[in-house]
Design a protein around this ligand. Structure first.
Ligand code: ATP
Length: 317
């Protein structure tokens, strides 16, 4: 059916190892790690054995190379990643607070990550992709938006599908235009992967049940709600609901868990696995990734996730 494409920011990430309010308390810092929610997602797609390709841009620098090397290692087609000769690879800094919440500092706007557009390489990928995945964090990048729209039109014309992870980040632009783009995509999506308040936000309706009904009325077929330590739930437009418990792990760095969950879940579904099994792999991918510092360091191969599932206890529901 053609590869899964993901379009958006490719970053390096610096990670604080101690919880704290400012830089000083958060020391020591570690990284830079390959990152960017779309890049983490597609890396997990490739690593678990799906056909996957990334569209975005990095600078002509070591940080860009770190990302390209990782994606290539994990089987992702990087022909759609432009190398910007003038701007550096984008970056992010994440630190955790004592209550488990986190703060990001992003450097996307003035980096290569925000400066890409339609190229012959992108056109070649658009011509054969079977699925597009979009992260909400990419929607404030205007160049990305043009590419997303054109790729989506081609994918849909061929009978392909769209998945959308709202991935709301309070630190990224949420202006009217970004919001409009997001709501338009909600109406195009086949699979929605929200977490927490993103479900009701995407529906524009309060209450889980009402939000689900509103989203199904807009044509979405499958909604997978990520619940962190509480696992995940899949709601299907035919009324079925399938719950999956999470795995018991010592989570040291939960950033990227949702992206790994999504990459594993989507790939399993595209490979024809039933929801129950895709949820299991998604939860395993998210939990495993949370056990290692760095946003995509724990993305698992099929064998690694099978071993993780066989040896890790599930949380009692
Ligand atoms: P992020 O934005 O940080 O990438 P998210 O909010 O989109 O994450 P989460 O619900 O945090 O997504 O994580 C996705 C999945 O990963 C969960 O459904 C769960 O299965 C697994 N997971 C995440 N955190 C943990 C944890 N602390 N323990 C066990 N499993 C976890």
């Amino acid at each position: 059916l053609g590869p899964t494409l993901c379009i958006g920011e490719i970053l390096v990430e610096i990670v604080a190892t101690m919880p704290g309010e400012g830089f000083r308390n958060a020391l020591p810092l570690i990284g830079p790690f390959p990152s960017g929610a779309p890049a983490i997602f597609i890396d997990q797609c490739g690593r678990i054995g799906g056909q996957a390709a990334m569209i975005g841009a990095v600078g002509r620098d070591d940080f860009g190379q770190v990302n390209i090397d990782r994606l290539v290692r994990d089987g992702v087609d990087v022909s759609g990643i432009a190398i910007d000769p003038d701007y550096p690879t984008g970056s992010a800094f994440v630190r955790y607070r004592e209550d488990g919440s986190r703060d990001f500092v992003f450097n996307i706007e003035r980096s290569a990550a925000a400066r890409f557009g339609w190229t012959p390489a992108v056109a070649a990928l658009a011509a054969r992709a079977g699925h597009l995945h979009v992260m909400g964090s990419a929607l404030s990048i205007s160049g990305a938006w043009e590419v997303i729209r054109q790729v989506l039109a081609q994918v849909k014309a061929r009978g392909g599908t769209l998945s959308l992870d709202p991935n709301l980040r309070k630190e990224l632009t949420q202006d009217v235009e970004t919001r409009e783009r997001f709501l338009w995509l909600v109406g195009q999506a086949d699979l929605l992967l929200p977490s927490g308040e993103e479900l009701e936000d995407a529906a524009g309706v309060a209450g889980e049940e009402a939000a689900l009904a509103a989203l199904f009325a807009r044509g979405i077929k499958e909604i997978v709600l990520k619940r962190g330590e509480a696992g995940a739930s899949c709601f299907l437009s035919d009324g079925r609901r399938i719950d999956a418990p999470s795995f018991v792990v010592d989570a040291v760095d939960p950033t990227g868990a949702g992206d790994c969950f999504g990459g594993a879940y989507l790939t399993c579904r595209r490979l024809g696995q039933p929801v129950e099994s895709a949820l299991d792999y998604g939860c395993a991918a998210g939990a495993r990734n949370a056990t290692l510092r760095g946003p995509m360091e724990g993305a698992g191969t099929r064998e690694e996730l099978d071993a993780f599932i066989a040896t890790t206890q599930r949380r009692a529901s």
